[in-house]
Design a protein around this ligand. Structure first.
Ligand code: BDR
Ligand code: CA
Length: 317
């Protein structure tokens, strides 16, 4: 059984990933930590609590503090065109949810849970990397106590989605992402190189709803705005970015990876760019030296990934 803390900014594709984690039989979801990104942290936390209630998820929700790792950054712009004013596709999520948030802030919840489960916790981070970086800053030793880290973010051999150089999760807090990539823990980065190939068609989503009952119906309702937005990039369907990171945990054989240290650019026109120095390539001494070799996904069996997501979400009934 994989013990997972899901660090997330729900967010529509985040919601699908959450339902996947909740229903996959080999995953034990032990915590949800929220971060800003697709909306403010107030909204993403409210959304996490809403989904927890609607989908009967036991895991506690711990709130991020809404700040970027670099105090000079002030996150204020939210992609309302993609995820809606409410972060969940403008379905009118109720303003207040009568569920308590965990008393610990997100980064402290991560530290505490990892220390209580040494060597057992996988962190799946699908928003800005802020909470993970704050956790490492406060307690660097957790890097040796976490089982692995799986990130949705970055773009290595393809263009970004927020600038030609950068993917949104990394661009939104690049200093945090660099801390996470360079820490001495095992990181796998599931970026746009593979997620943009993983498009769930409306037809497949409808088939999931037919089997998955009211939970899947809510997911479908949430997803319509996102599908309409992504119509300008892909043919009639939704790119399931965040679910790809969750699938990697249980089916890494669906992915091919390249190993080597990864750094993130801060400042300048390439801000937020993820750059890997592939293992085995020699360069003069430079900024990638002496950092751990991490894994960047370069290939994906998209059909197999979509099939696993569909079968898992259909269990939601
Ligand atoms: C990432 O940004 C967010 O919009 C999505 O939830 C995903 O995590 C894709 O760039
Ligand atoms: Ca996300």
């Amino acid at each position: 059984m994989h013990k997972v803390i899901f660090d997330t900014d729900p967010g529509i594709d985040d919601a699908m990933a959450l339902l996947f984690l909740h229903h996959h039989p080999d995953i034990d979801l032990i915590g949800i930590t929220t971060v800003f990104g697709n909306a403010s942290v107030e909204t993403t936390t409210r959304n996490a609590l809403f989904l927890k209630r609607e989908w009967d998820i036991a895991a506690p929700v711990a709130r991020g503090d809404g700040k970027a790792f670099n105090p000079m950054r002030n996150p204020v712009d939210w992609p309302v065109m993609i995820h809606g004013q409410d972060g969940l596709g403008n379905i009118d999520v109720p303003e207040t949810i009568d569920l308590p948030v965990d008393p610990m802030p997100a980064h402290r919840f991560i530290i505490d849970t990892v220390r209580k489960n040494p060597g057992e916790v996988t962190l799946i981070a699908v928003g800005r990397m802020s909470n993970l970086a704050f956790a490492l800053k406060e307690d660097p030793e957790i890097a040796t106590l976490v089982k692995q880290v799986i990130i949705m973010g970055g773009a290595f051999d393809v263009p970004g989605n927020i600038t030609p150089a950068a993917e949104a999760n990394i661009h939104g807090d690049p200093e945090a992402a660099d801390v996470v990539m360079t820490a001495p823990w095992k990181v796998t980065v599931v970026g746009l190189d593979v997620t943009m190939k993983t498009v769930m068609t409306r037809t497949l989503l409808n088939e999931i709803v037919a089997k998955g009952g009211v939970r899947a119906q809510l997911l479908s309702d949430i997803s319509q705005l996102y599908i309409d937005f992504y119509g300008r990039h892909v043919k009639d369907g939704m790119v399931v970015h965040d679910s790809c990171a969750c699938v990697y945990l249980v089916a890494p054989e669906f992915f091919t990876t390249r190993s080597g240290p990864i750094r993130v650019v801060s400042g300048g026109i390439a801000e937020g760019q993820t750059i890997q120095k592939p293992d085995g390539r020699a360069f003069p001494p430079g900024n990638w030296d002496d950092f751990p070799s991490q894994h960047a996904c370069t290939g994906i069996d998209a059909d197999a990934v979509l099939d696993l997501i569909a079968r898992t979400l259909a269990r939601a009934a």
